[in-house]
Design a protein around this ligand. Structure first.
Ligand SMILES: Nc1ncnc2c1ncn2[C@@H]1O[C@H](COP(=O)(O)OP(=O)(O)OP(=O)(O)O)[C@@H](O)[C@H]1O
Length: 321
């Protein structure tokens, strides 16, 4: 590989594999994240997101392949990687019997943050996260959202170049989630590169690029805009008096995931417009009068559902073929 490429990319991954015994958790990843990007990774439970993050953080050795994070190899120099990044796992270690300020100080000491920068960094991070009024509260007595924000503040105290976040807002209330993302954007402005896994597709929408992970592979990787624009087929929304019944009728003859109910509206993901017209005709034949349909723009959720379905379908076909 070109030495300059490795040095300039914030994260570069080549042929990364991780097996746990017979289980292939990560099956060969290749991607690059540029400095100042926010890269989101989404995928069903067990897709391999946490395993990937742990390898990038230098705390889990790859079975095969390589990754360079903040200019260092996770295989050759994991300790150098750890000094230049922050990794917030799903069970980030806050000390419940220490206060908010004491937790920050603990992480500052751990990373040997110079004392002369400390007060300013603490004040800034507490301010960002709206935790200043709670600086003397024990971490155990914070709400879930506040705990996550404090975890992020602790992860940022040593000014990492790359921030690795594993589902950081899982179960967090909407207001704290918004605060959390505000902090992430401020960090981006300061040039920090962010790699975040999330189960929330509205969060994935906020990323500069999104990787869809499925069974240990990245099956798509692009900007949210492009991912939505490239979804093949037609997404149709039906206006119909009895959406529940229409759902039953249309889904009985289609693969799972093709027909879904959104409130009182019915969505059909079809290969062609003719297929949608045929579906409309079949509703009429079944006595559901007055139905109509219009094409709608897919959301990232649609892209996610249909891409995963297609990948599972292709995987099964390959297994049986
Ligand atoms: N230490 C381990 N030992 C054995 N198997 C593991 C280990 N860690 C992960 N796995 C397995 O590897 C696969 C990928 O897990 P991983 O946690 O990376 O997925 P994920 O996409 O992060 O899902 P989740 O969001 O549920 O954590 C799963 O089948 C999991 O059971």
């Amino acid at each position: 590989m070109d030495q300059d490429d490795t040095a300039s990319a914030a994260i570069r991954v080549e042929g990364l594999v991780r097996n746990f015994g017979a289980l292939a958790a990560v099956r060969g990843l290749d991607f690059t994240v540029q400095p100042g990007e926010i890269f989101g990774i989404v995928g069903p439970d067990g897709a391999g997101k946490t395993t990937t993050l742990r390898m990038l953080a230098g705390i889990l050795a790859p079975t095969e392949g390589e990754a360079w994070v903040a200019g260092h190899s996770v295989v050759q120099a994991p300790e150098a990687v750890k000094r230049r990044i922050a990794y917030m796992s799903q069970r980030f270690g806050l000390y419940g019997d220490l206060t908010v300020a004491e937790n920050l100080r603990f992480y500052a000491d751990l990373y040997e943050v110079p004392r002369d920068h400390l007060e300013e960094s603490e004040a800034r991070l507490l301010g960002f996260s709206n935790l200043t009024p709670f600086r003397d509260r024990l971490a155990d007595n914070l709400s879930g959202g506040m705990k996550q924000k404090l975890g992020l503040a602790c992860a940022l105290i040593h000014r990492p170049e790359v921030l690795l976040l594993d589902e950081p807002t899982n179960g967090v209330d909407p207001v704290s989630r918004r605060d959390f993302w505000r902090i992430l954007y401020s960090m981006l402005k300061e040039g920090v590169t962010i790699f975040v896994s999330t189960a929330y597709l509205d969060e994935a929408e906020r990323c500069s690029r999104v990787g869809l992970m499925h069974q240990g592979r990245l099956i798509r990787c692009d900007s949210p805009q492009r991912l939505k624009g490239d979804l093949p087929g037609v997404l149709a929304e039906f206006e119909v008096s009895d959406a529940r019944r229409a759902h039953e009728l249309l889904s009985s003859t289609r693969e799972a995931g093709r027909v879904s109910l959104y409130g009182g509206r019915l969505h059909l993901y079809a290969d062609t417009r003719e297929e949608v017209d045929a579906a409309l005709a079949s509703l009429g034949e079944a006595g559901l009068e007055g139905a109509s349909w219009r094409e709608i723009a897919p959301s990232l959720e649609d892209v996610f559902i249909h891409t995963v379905r297609q990948a599972s379908h292709d995987g099964e076909a390959a297994a049986h073929g």
